[in-house]
Design a protein around this ligand. Sequence first.
Ligand SMILES: [Cu+2]
Length: 163
Amino acid sequence: MMLTHRAMALIAFAVLATPGPALSHETVAGALFIDHPIARETPSAKTPGGAYMTIRNNGDKPDRLVAARTPAAGRVEFHQSIIDGDIVRMRPLPAIDLPPAGSVALQPGKGMHLMLMDLAERLKRGDSFPMTLTFERGGDVEITIRVTAITGAAGGHHQPDTQ
Ligand SMILES: [Cu+2]
């Protein structure tokens, strides 16, 4: 496989930018680098789960995350959080765009995230589950999501905290 100098520089950067070993877990698939995929612990199976990660596109062409599936949930939606006064609203997105040589952070409480609907069972801290991400250009990528307790101002997942 031939790599351009630019691609090698980007890969070197991605490795250097990886956070410390304790929490770090990531998947590299072709031009795509999926870093630290986590999901929020849920109080029950009836609460939708939120999943978060950083997706880096090291390629020189745009890509898009067009679908996600997991045995842990009946379906996975892409959501955009919008702050509307004191309320965080969520708007479904058809896909998540990944610019060339760029990254997109799916984060609790702001911006975009994955929403796990119809959970098979409650998401418990310490558990992990597989997910298949389908990219328009990169194809299917298998990742492992860790369930963690995410606290703080990250609320707003269909059951917004009253402030
Ligand atoms: Cu959501």
